[in-house]
Ligand binder design. Structure first.
Ligand code: HEM
Length: 416
């Protein structure tokens, strides 16, 4: 058994090689509130790996704030916090007011309106990929799909889709040399310190959003940008330029990578569990439940972070004001206390109260119904068309301990 002293979830090598699971298990069992050292200028953080501890922190927003800092590991000064604050980094009444601006667009009922569009899109995507026989599942199936839906919700032209994907890759992949033009830990990123993800891509996203906002302000459009620029939040405080920029950027980034990786991970798990694939082909009515197991196993967001607002304790471990407390959703999703035999894929698992979208706190994923719909429709279309799929190489993992991403996954399809 490795000593918990040697485990550091700050170590990106662990994630790039696709196997942080042994480290999560080790911490969950032996050190559920574990101090992880980090390289300077960071100061280290508390890692929470048990499901109930994570839920406790997400719920207790008085003690564990989102707005004292950022929700990732980077440590920010006051100027950066102020410049980069998004809905995710806001607590209390203002957070609720910002969230309500878009809530109506993401209810199960509202997103059901995209179902026909999604079915058409899935069919076209699969036709093109399957015609090749061998293809990269990420590029040819999973990558464009979520962003095309978002492009429709934002009402932007299809021609801009690759720009949106590239921006997302550059920002979310800011610790992966293949995706980042400026690596988050590099000296060069210092000039971008006031931007989300310390990425110059954010400037391009802001510019693009500003242009759309100017076009749509004062008009009666029903797309997400029109809704954003033509409403005042319920607390009566209008969106500042920063509020609009960060909201727009969050919409562009949040639903894109996460859903893409969910689809790819789910396919991979089905390929590794042919009995589960066969079961879903035989009983497609199970697919809506299977989605929950897909999401549990995929856990596309490894972590978010909160900051302690005063001295406190978790499970008897003293925590000091200002300490970073990291909630590892991916570990909570494999906590055997909640999920018996957690590494087994069981598409009929009930209950399945996973925390892929967070759990119990006010920031619980706004787009969860949309993501569920996209994944469901993808597999309702895909599964009847295949008898199997074979990996032609191991998947290539994103070098990140934030997003559990797969960059490439070459496969061969066996058509039904
Ligand atoms: C499988 C796909 C997705 C996963 C795994 C995911 C995961 C998450 C997680 C873990 C959070 C933070 C929860 C917390 O701190 O309690 C979050 C927040 C958020 N997500 Fe998602 N997400 C997904 C898809 C989407 C989609 C499609 C959208 C919409 C475009 C979206 C929009 C958001 C927004 C706006 C927030 C911030 C909510 C707030 O601060 O109140 N997400 N998501």
């Amino acid at each position: 058994m490795t000593s918990t002293k040697n485990v550091s979830l700050a170590d990106l090598d662990l994630f790039e090689h696709g196997n942080p699971w042994a480290a999560f298990d080790e911490l969950r069992t032996n050190a559920p509130v574990h101090w992880d050292e980090e390289d300077a200028p960071n100061h280290g953080f508390w890692s929470l790996t048990r499901y109930h501890d994570i839920v406790g922190v997400l719920r207790d927003t008085e003690t564990f704030s989102s707005e004292r800092a950022t929700v990732n590991l980077e440590e920010l000064d006051e100027e950066q916090i102020e410049a980069r604050k998004s809905m995710l980094e806001t607590d209390g009444i203002r957070h609720r007011a910002l969230r309500r601006l878009m809530q109506g667009e993401f209810t199960p009922r509202a997103v059901a309106g995209y179902e026909t569009f999604l079915r058409g899109l899935t069919a076209t995507t699969l036709d093109a990929a399957f015609a090749k026989g061998e293809f990269d599942f990420v590029a040819d199936v999973a990558a464009d799909f979520p962003i095309r839906v978002l492009a429709r919700m934002l009402d932007v032209p299809d021609a801009d889709i690759y720009k949106l994907i590239e921006w997302g890759n550059r920002m979310v992949g800011n610790t992966d040399p293949e995706h980042a033009d400026v690596l988050a830990h590099s000296e060069e990123s210092e000039q971008y310190r006031l931007l989300p993800f310390r990425s110059p891509a954010a400037l391009e996203v802001f510019e693009y959003g500003r242009h759309l906002a100017a076009e749509r302000r004062g008009k009666d459009g029903t797309d997400l940008v029109s809704r954003l620029v033509n409403q005042v939040p319920e607390d009566g405080i209008p969106l500042s330029e920063r509020d609009f920029n960060s909201y727009f950027l969050l919409l562009v980034v949040a639903g894109n990578e996460t859903t893409r990786h969910s689809i790819t991970h789910s396919m991979r798990y089905l390929m590794e569990n042919p009995d589960q694939l066969a079961l879903l082909k035989e009983k497609p009515e199970l697919i809506p439940w299977a989605i929950e197991e897909f999401l549990r196993l995929a856990s596309p967001v490894f972590h978010f972070r909160r900051t302690a607002t005063h001295d406190t304790e978790i499970n008897g471990q003293p925590i000091r004001e200002g300490d970073k407390v990291v909630t590892w959703f991916a570990s909570g999703n494999r906590d055997p206390e909640l999920f018996p035999d957690p590494y087994r894929m069981d598409v009929t698992r009930t209950p399945n109260e996973h925390m892929a979208f967070g759990r119990g706190g006010p920031h619980m994923c706004l787009g969860n119904s949309l993501a569920r719909l996209e994944i469901r429709i993808m597999f309702e279309n895909l599964l009847p068309r295949i008898t199997g799929m074979t990996a032609l190489a191991e998947p290539d993992h994103l070098r990140s301990n934030f997003i559990n991403g797969i960059k490439r996954f070459p496969v061969r399809v066996e058509l039904a």
